[in-house]
Design a binder for this molecule. Structure first.
Ligand SMILES: *Cc1c(COP(=O)(O)O)cnc(C)c1O
Length: 219
């Protein structure tokens, strides 16, 4: 069942798009099933749940932290996390850099942008991201790599609204690329699209989709 769903999604994906299997709330056994089907990228949104699962699972899994991250919890995931999609402040980025350094690592980070209508979604504005990327503090960081940006569309059935929000995120990506990362091939990821909207996200330039319920069933 999990295997069939994974294969169905993978068959429909362009080669440059990475499927991140969002395993939050689902047990280790379900992750193992996806792992045995060949899946290696998994996403979790809570630090505690991520660390509990990580120790029980194979070391070659690439773990993505996709939910809001508190500064005081960075140290728990810094030893192993591959990507942090939810960077929304300079302070958080400083802590990730510090903890990555303590572990002799470089951690891939994505800046999260607020693109949805809802008030509750976390994320930076374009202006805030400019301030962050222009700061001396950021320029001195050696143990993080900004590999792209992430966003969540509004929770709605209005596909044209969703599409416009993804277009907005793609536009932000291009702006930042031109302004700050022109000569950096590592800045290349647009993390957008979930179970309900990844088709639209891919049409609008997504390179990383984060899919949970379509693979594991409803939470
Ligand atoms: C839960 C979650 C997803 C996956 O959502 P589904 O609708 O189950 O595919 C993607 N991104 C983030 C940030 C999430 O918290």
């Amino acid at each position: 069942m999990i295997k069939d769903q994974l294969e169905k999604i993978l068959h429909s994906l362009p080669k440059n798009v990475t499927l991140i299997t969002v395993s939050k709330t689902h047990p280790v056994s379900a992750i193992k099933e996806a792992y045995e089907a060949g899946q290696r990228h998994f996403g979790e949104n809570k630090v505690q749940e991520l660390i509990e699962k990580q120790i029980q699972l194979p070391a070659d899994i690439h773990w993505h932290l996709i939910g809001h991250l508190q500064t005081n919890k960075v140290k728990y995931i810094a030893p192993f996390v591959s990507y942090i999609h939810s960077v929304d402040s300079l302070k958080l980025l400083q802590e990730i850099n510090k903890q990555a350094k303590n572990n002799g690592r470089k951690i891939n980070c994505l800046l999260q942008f607020h693109i949805a209508q809802e008030e509750t979604k976390f994320g930076l504005s374009v202006e805030e991201s400019f301030q962050l990327l222009k700061s001396e503090t950021f320029k001195e960081m050696k143990n993080i790599s900004i590999v792209g940006i992430m966003g969540m569309a509004s929770f709605t059935n209005d596909n044209s609204l969703i599409r416009n929000e993804f277009k907005l995120l793609n536009g932000i990506f291009n702006t930042l690329k031109n302004e700050f990362f022109e000569d950096q091939s590592t800045f290349k990821e647009i993390s957008m699209g979930m179970s309900g909207d990844f088709g639209i996200a891919i049409e609008e330039g997504s390179t990383m989709i984060r899919v949970g319920s379509l693979i594991f069933g409803a939470r």
